[in-house]
Design a protein around this ligand. Structure first.
Ligand code: APR
Length: 320
């Protein structure tokens, strides 16, 4: 069987890390595309020279030509401008919308059968726009946010409880922004929900509230530290988990920005919800009963995403 092909649109910090992870896990051959000449070629050459050391067999190619992504099985999109200190995700809207148009058209023309994972921010709006511009089925275009947000939440909780990250399961809903909804009652340590752990004296409501807040601004915390860009290791590894679930038909239940048509009372919008990812892309939206407060918080998040889409439609009339 021919090797799987993974195309990475954007060869910046996340794109390079994605290429390294995809190759070292032997998920397939990798094509790194970028508009900047030399960078994808240089990174591909550098990364291919990891092969003999790490012992992986994967071809890596850098390119500035969309024709090279032809036939890709998975496409991960990080093209665009990353957030700078003081810049909100929403400030990025205008610039990255134009990028999504070019990328969507490139995918439509060259790899319309691919499973597409969008990472570019502001995520919930960009994945919606990318789907519109590419014309791919909704179940084949998904946004990476929830896996990362859940991982951030889990990291902080494991630290708080002094337990292995492996035993922490977290649940995050909503948009990938300051309005995201970490759902405490569905987050557990070895199956024990956090409210029970509070009752057991493992933490306090105040400390958990602070962790929820830190999770919500988890991206901004890293931007403020890095000063010259945004997080890239954990975003890349999160998208690889999604790609792997698709390529290996693992049917993992992962929180992703998925297209909703009625679920959670939301229509024609990409919002973070738990989904099953398998060989057919997004195979199922997992709809759970939410507490009244989680519902209210989700609504705030949905409204924020809706506002972004109104802005997108204002900028590009073809989306209206
Ligand atoms: N087509 C392809 N690549 C593009 C385009 C385009 N039209 N416009 C910009 N790029 C490339 C840039 O040349 C750069 O190499 O996208 C890459 C982005 O890389 P970085 O600036 O290093 O950003 P990164 O940290 O990888 O984040 C990418 O993901 O998390 C989000 O907010 C983040 O939107 C940002 C994206």
């Amino acid at each position: 069987m021919a090797r799987t092909k993974i195309a990475l649109i954007g060869a910046g910090n996340i794109g390079g890390t994605l290429a390294h992870l995809a190759a070292s896990k032997e998920l397939g051959d990798v094509v790194l595309f970028d508009v900047v000449e030399g960078v994808p070629q240089g990174k591909a050459l550098d990364l291919s020279q990891c092969g003999p050391v790490e012992g992986f067999d994967a071809k890596l190619k850098g390119t500035n030509d969309y024709a090279d992504i032809a036939g890709a099985d998975v496409i991960i999109v990080t093209a665009g401008v990353a957030r700078k200190p003081g810049m909100s995700r929403d400030d990025l809207l205008g610039i990255n919308l134009k990028v999504m148009k070019a990328v969507g058209e490139g995918i439509k023309a060259n790899a319309p059968d691919a499973f597409v994972i969008c990472i570019t921010n502001p995520l919930d709006a960009m994945v919606w726009a990318l789907r519109e511009f590419s014309g791919l089925p909704h179940n084949k275009v998904v946004g990476m946010a929830g896996v990362l947000d859940s991982a951030r939440f889990a990291t902080f909780l494991a630290e708080e409880f002094n337990v292995s990250v492996q035993d922490v399961t977290t649940f995050v809903l909503g948009g990938h922004g300051d309005t995201m909804v970490p759902v405490v009652e569905y987050s557990t340590v070895a199956g024990i929900p956090i409210p029970d752990l509070i009752k057991m004296g493992w933490s306090t409501q105040e400390r958990i509230d602070a962790i929820v807040q830190r999770t919500r601004s988890g991206g901004g915390e890293i931007v403020a530290l890095l000063k010259t860009g945004s997080a890239f290791y954990a975003p890349a590894t999160s998208a690889i988990a999604m790609a792997e679930s698709y390529l290996k038909d693992k049917k993992r239940v992962l929180p992703c920005a998925a297209y909703l048509s009625g679920e959670y009372g939301v229509d024609d919008l990409y919002v973070g919800v738990p989904v099953i990812i398998g060989a057919n892309g997004v195979e199922k939206i997992v709809e759970i009963n939410l507490s009244e407060s989680a519902k209210a918080n989700l609504q705030v998040s949905v409204d924020a995403v809706k506002e972004l889409l109104v802005a997108c439609k204002g900028i590009d009339s073809s989306l209206a």
